[in-house]
Design a binder for this molecule. Structure first.
Ligand code: SF4
Length: 75
């Protein structure tokens, strides 16, 4: 089965999650910052190249969010 970066916890999309869309796994980033206030200076990895064949070894699936009515019943 092919892994899609959009379903990975390391992927951030522009413009809402990050300034530039890409892979924010520290080992894949050409430029990273430790301080949260310098977040916009970070450069993400090229997710399309890294995961070209859909077999990225660092893929980690995002948690599936339950529908609102299931969350309501669970509370
Ligand atoms: S390149 Fe790999 S680690 Fe980065 S977002 Fe895609 S699947 Fe995740």
């Amino acid at each position: 089965m092919k892994n899609h970066c959009e379903n990975c916890v390391h992927f951030r999309s522009a413009p809402y999650e990050a300034k530039t869309a890409g892979c924010y796994l520290p080992s894949n980033m050409p430029q990273k910052q430790k301080l949260a206030c310098l977040d916009e200076q970070q450069l993400p990895g090229d997710h399309e190249t890294i995961n070209l064949r859909g077999d990225c070894p660092d893929f980690s699936a995002r948690a599936v969010r339950l529908p609102w009515w299931k969350r309501l019943l669970a509370s």
